[in-house]
Write a protein that binds this ligand. Structure first.
Ligand code: SF4
Length: 504
């Protein structure tokens, strides 16, 4: 292989890493083919089929194309777990094609040799267009296969009910009444300006929109369009003083810093990109103040190329509320997670759809879940939570009432037990007293009998009758019945008396 063509093919491999650069790679191969006109080569692929890397994180699919010019060429598509892909085209030199073979090839081409399956017959080794078309065809085949597989893989990872939820959001957004619909970057470009200038307007609107409401962004872009002499172009922004830019965009978030970014980006666009905005994401993110999200949206809106999902704070929040992603912490992480399962055909529209939805219904604070068509499907629905809360409240109320009733029952039972215990104690006490009283009754009755006998003796002995002034004799209490309560009380009294007597 000549040094020139090898260098070109190395360059080809380097550039053929993404879908967008495949065509460019094909053009480079054509250039290499031009330089090799006198050295027709045969190429063959060294590998074909699917293979997985040792770590299991990468899968490579190799497609093989056979032609009379390129014996075989291989296009390998590498897919990693993160969803990133890398397309690498490899060619291997086998042997020189002789002049006779070349003539044969040309003859067969002129006869219009049929192409079957993935076999591609090169019309001429000396025409660059045919060489480019071979590579183009290879790449298209690879891309088509890859897209098909990727779509199937994505659908396997998709969350349940996502399509219903997505269609509900589309229905809710059908009125297009969100601020982003009337003041978003799509509508801020001056329709009377030329293409590059309109693209620049979109880029400026996106640069000013971060951390800023659409109303303020719209006002700032309109002011720039009207105030800068000559309108809003990279030239006028570069020529304007930073102070003037600051005055024009005053009110948007970080207006001082954004004025500097505008000036820096305009200067770079003029110096490095010929006055038009960059056409690829790697070039776009070189501009000061332009990040991945902005570059993705710029590619979709200004350059009409969908290269990913533009995830801002609204998309990030809603994707997490709907559990479309697994609790991601940053918008960039959300973008990667969403791109793992969301079909490519939706990547271009999902940003506008969810931003408007986030502005009108699924707002950051107090989302209007009661108005949302997804209130019964959304895991974060406050409507559902409220209903659940009411049910919980009812259950708690019932539990409280049950507990209260049980407590009352317990108290009643306790009271019953206490009264029974008391009664039992009293009965036991009573028994004891009765036993004691049986003894004491004899003693008391004996004392009373002795006293009575003494009185009788005194009267019989002629003793003085009790005078009228002297107190009449107190009747002795009749001994109580041993089993009555009053008898117990009296017994206690009697016992006390007996103690007193004993001590005296
Ligand atoms: S139910 Fe509520 S949280 Fe869920 S998507 Fe709708 S508005 Fe957002």
């Amino acid at each position: 292989m000549s040094g020139v063509s090898k260098a070109a093919l190395d360059e080809l491999s380097r550039f053929a890493r993404t879908r967008g650069q495949a065509r460019r790679a094909a053009a480079m191969l054509a250039t290499a083919g031009q330089q090799q006109q006198q050295q027709a080569k045969r190429w063959k692929s060294s590998t074909s089929g699917n293979r997985a890397s040792e770590d299991g994180n990468t899968k490579t699919k190799v497609s093989r194309v056979t032609s009379s010019y390129f014996s075989t060429s291989s296009s390998s598509t590498t897919r990693t777990r993160s969803g990133r892909r890398r397309v690498v085209v490899k060619y291997e030199e086998e042997e020189d094609v002789t002049a006779a073979e070349e003539a044969q090839q040309e003859a067969s081409t002129q006869q219009g040799a049929p192409q079957t399956g993935k076999q591609v017959r090169v019309t001429s080794t000396r025409t660059t267009t045919s060489t480019a078309s071979v590579v183009d065809s290879v790449m298209e085949d690879v891309e088509a296969e890859e897209d098909e597989e990727a779509e199937k893989e994505r659908l396997r990872r998709a969350p349940p009910n996502w399509e219903t939820v997505y269609n509900n959001i589309k229905t809710m957004r059908s009125k297009r009444d969100a601020p982003v619909d009337t003041m978003g970057c799509e509508v801020l470009a001056d329709p009377s300006a030329d293409g590059p200038t309109q693209r620049f307007h979109i880029l400026v609107a996106l640069m000013l929109s971060s951390q800023t409401k659409d109303e303020l962004t719209s006002k700032a872009v309109r002011t720039l369009q009207q105030q800068l002499p000559g309108g809003l172009t990279p030239h006028t922004v570069t020529a304007a003083e930073t102070r003037v830019l600051e005055e024009c965009i005053y009110g948007v978030g970080f207006w001082r810093r954004k004025a500097q970014y505008l000036k820096g980006a305009s200067t770079m666009i003029l110096a490095s990109f010929g006055g038009d905005i960059p056409q690829t994401i790697p070039d776009l993110i070189k501009l000061p103040g332009v990040g991945m999200k902005m570059a993705t949206i710029t590619m979709a809106v200004a350059n009409k190329q969908v290269s990913g999902i533009g995830v801002d704070t609204h998309v990030h929040r809603i994707a997490n509320r709907l559990r479309w992603v697994r609790n991601t912490k940053t918008p960039e992480h959300t973008r990667v997670e969403l791109e793992r399962w969301m079909p490519r055909r939706l990547w271009g529209e999902v940003n506008l759809l969810l931003v408007g939805f986030g502005q009108t219904i699924c707002q950051p604070r107090q989302p209007k879940c009661h108005e949302c068509l997804n209130k019964d499907l959304c895991p974060s629905s406050t409507a559902k939570t409220r209903r659940r809360g009411q049910q919980q409240q009812q259950q708690q109320q019932q539990q409280r009432e049950g507990k209260r009733a049980a407590k009352v029952g317990t108290r009643t039972a306790e009271a019953g037990r206490a009264s029974r215990r008391k009664a039992k104690e009293e009965q036991e006490e009573e028994k004891v007293v009765v036993v004691e009283d049986n003894n004491s009754y004899d003693a008391v009755s004996t004392v009373a009998r002795v006293k009575k006998e003494e009185e009788v003796d005194v009267t019989a002995d002629g003793g003085q009758e009790p005078t009228s002034s002297s107190p009449p004799p107190q009747p002795q209490p009749s001994p109580p019945h041993p089993r009555s309560r009053s008898s117990r009380r009296r017994t206690r009294t009697t016992r006390a008396q007996r103690e007193t007597e004993r001590s005296s």
